[in-house]
Design a protein around this ligand. Structure first.
Ligand code: HEC
Length: 117
């Protein structure tokens, strides 16, 4: 009888620890993928105006062709956005937009667009 009362709390504590470990592993998997496509759904509103329309041409500050980024490799999208942000690549609109994005935003957007067909 004494044994049962001491074993029970230990077992449930172990179950709690196990579930924490499982959640931790899920997060690690997300990070390894580079971003959370789900989280990007709130952020793409500032991109779809230009990148959402196949073959779309924007007319400011001059007429230019907007590249397709849906289905692009996530690493490519990420490095392109970082390049605009750091000034290694330059375009008036993309410089301004990338400058407002955090590393996490960039990772999330890359995950979102690379999964978009
Ligand atoms: C006002 C229009 C506009 C908006 C808004 C915009 N983009 Fe762009 N984007 C462009 C144009 C034009 C280019 C091509 C610029 C160049 O030639 O370097 C570009 C280039 C890119 C590239 C590089 C593509 C390639 O093939 O190299 C990525 C990635 C990108 N944009 C992502 C985004 C994301 C993510 C957002 C939202 C946070 C966004 N853009 C918002 C117009 C826009």
């Amino acid at each position: 009888m004494k044994l049962r009362t001491t074993v029970m709390p230990t077992a449930s504590l172990f179950a709690v620890l196990l579930s924490c470990a499982a959640t931790g592993a899920a997060h690690a998997a997300d990070a390894a993928k580079g971003g959370d496509a789900q989280a990007a759904r709130d952020k793409v509103s500032m991109c779809i105006g230009c990148h959402g329309i196949p073959g779309y041409k924007a007319s400011f500050p001059e007429l230019y062709h907007v590249p397709m980024i849906a289905g692009q490799n996530a690493k490519y999208i990420e490095s392109a956005l970082n390049a605009y942000k750091k000034g290694e690549r330059s375009h008036p609109t993309m410089d301004a937009i990338a400058g407002t994005l955090s590393d996490q935003d960039i990772a999330d957007l890359a995950a979102y667009y690379s999964n978009l067909k």
